[in-house]
Design a protein around this ligand. Structure first.
Ligand SMILES: [Zn+2]
Length: 179
């Protein structure tokens, strides 16, 4: 049994760069929360995404080559995200030191909405009872735009991991269609 487990782990690791396969990162579900909720006292329109990091649970941002440089390069305006540091560049500092991909998805989903003209700004990411699984919660102004921002945040993360240009302008053009 032990042997089988480590064999499966080996199979899920991408042999080229020692990182897990991107398919390990999965959206379990996305729904919306309206009205009074346990996540925010003031925000009552929230997107709730359950994200399974799979093997990526063992790879916070500081363990992913070029991730910090890529997110700064392709999403420079995220320097405004203060995160828990409470200061400019606070979020980038967290990425540099190492934070998990669920937390990063939350911030990217918020930034995609900001760049589309909707400065939303509330987000929380907490692990569920299952290891590697996260509740990613953030607010929205336009429901469909919020849901699509959640999905897009994951494809942006995958591009950043793979050193690919996530083509943010094209994503924003798509999101603006929901205005
Ligand atoms: Zn944060």
């Amino acid at each position: 049994m032990k042997y089988l487990k480590s064999y499966q782990l080996f199979e899920s690791i991408n042999k080229n760069n020692g990182l897990p396969n991107l398919s390990e990162l999965k959206i379990i579900k996305i729904d919306t929360i309206e009205g009074k909720n346990k996540w925010s006292r003031s925000k009552d329109k929230l997107i709730h995404m359950i994200l399974d990091l799979g093997e990526w649970e063992n790879f916070p941002s500081d363990k992913i080559p070029n991730f910090y440089d890529n997110i700064k390069k392709y999403l420079p305006s995220m320097s405004k995200h203060r995160c828990s540091e409470g200061r400019k560049n606070g979020f980038f500092y967290r990425v540099k030191r190492g934070t998990w991909l669920g937390h990063i998805a939350e911030h990217i989903a918020l930034e995609l909405q900001t760049l589309s003209g909707y400065d939303t700004g509330f987000g929380r990411t907490r692990q569920t009872r299952k290891s590697g699984e996260y509740n990613v919660v953030f607010n929205y102004e336009i429901k469909k735009m919020g849901i699509e921002s959640a999905k897009e945040s994951i494809s942006v993360i995958k591009d950043l991991i793979e050193d690919r240009d996530p083509k943010i302008k094209e994503i924003i053009k798509k999101l603006k269609r929901y205005e």
